[in-house]
Design a protein around this ligand. Structure first.
Ligand SMILES: [Zn+2]
Ligand SMILES: [Zn+2]
Length: 260
């Protein structure tokens, strides 16, 4: 299948529900693939890249001194590797670690090339190790090339954090879409990297191995909706949103909750 069509087909299968039903949003998202979007916050920056057949968001979080964290590297080709690595080098960033919010294949495709290039810690929750083990099978199922990810070198739990210069990203355990899913929260900047838990007006899939709908909704209600309304959510697919917007407009959370 031509690459663009394959990207579209897989994207519609894997993306949050709203993208499959809204053609203009889907098209706009596909146009963003590979083009970094840089968000300048007070003293911390976020660069968002959209990579691979699943239109997955890869993030660089970095401070004014260039300390940098790579979140969910999803590069699936040497060309996508070059987009991320060129950005890192052009901005004189110094990667400190790689974090996988969870280990679905679209979020780990670039683990091997990032570890090889920067030789830094690879961080995930211990409950994601079985998900990581299933990655070769997932690559066969989706017919996408996969360079075997190294094993994580740091296994984290809720309550731990990742230092980024003067910033601190708290690790929050948000299972449901994946058994060991984590979110990263920077309270001073009001930033949440939510992986595939909460999307703009949608939620992560719960029909994959290891998913649990009740856990997902509880994670959103207890760990994310309890944060201030102005906190900005940067999800693993699609555009950013805020906690306030989702509390008001996210019908998937309310609908799923009513069935549990
Ligand atoms: Zn996922
Ligand atoms: Zn994903």
């Amino acid at each position: 299948m031509p690459r663009a069509l394959k990207r579209r087909a897989l994207g519609l299968l894997f993306l949050p529900h709203s993208f499959g039903s809204n053609k203009s949003e889907s098209k706009a998202l596909i146009c963003l693939v590979g083009v970094p979007k840089v968000l300048l916050l007070c003293s911390m920056n976020i660069a968002q890249f959209t990579f691979n057949a699943f239109a997955e968001n890869t993030f660089l979080v970095y401070d004014a001194q260039g300390a940098c964290i790579i979140v969910d590297p999803g590069m699936s080709s040497p060309e996508e590797d070059a987009i991320l690595f060129d950005f890192i080098e052009e901005h004189h960033l110094k990667p400190q670690c790689i974090v996988n919010t969870h280990c679905h294949i679209d979020h780990i495709l670039g683990n091997a090339s990032c570890v090889e290039r920067y030789n830094v810690e690879l961080i995930a929750h211990r409950l994601e190790l079985p998900t990581l083990e299933r990655a070769p099978a997932a690559s066969l199922m989706w017919d996408i090339p996969y360079r075997m990810s190294p094993e994580p070198t740091r296994l984290v739990e809720e309550g731990e954090y990742i230092d980024l210069g003067s910033h601190r990203l708290d690790i929050v355990f948000v299972p449901g879409h994946a058994p060991g899913h984590i979110a990263l929260i920077e309270h001073a900047e009001g930033v949440i990297l939510s992986g595939d838990v909460l999307f703009r007006q949608s939620v992560g899939r719960v029909d994959l191995p290891g998913c649990n709908a009740k856990d997902l909704i509880q994670s959103i209600q207890k760990k994310l909706y309890t944060l201030p309304d102005h906190f900005v959510v940067y999800p693993g697919h699609g555009p950013e949103t805020t906690i306030g917007h989702e509390k008001e407009h996210n019908t998937f959370v309310r609908m799923t909750e009513s069935y549990l």
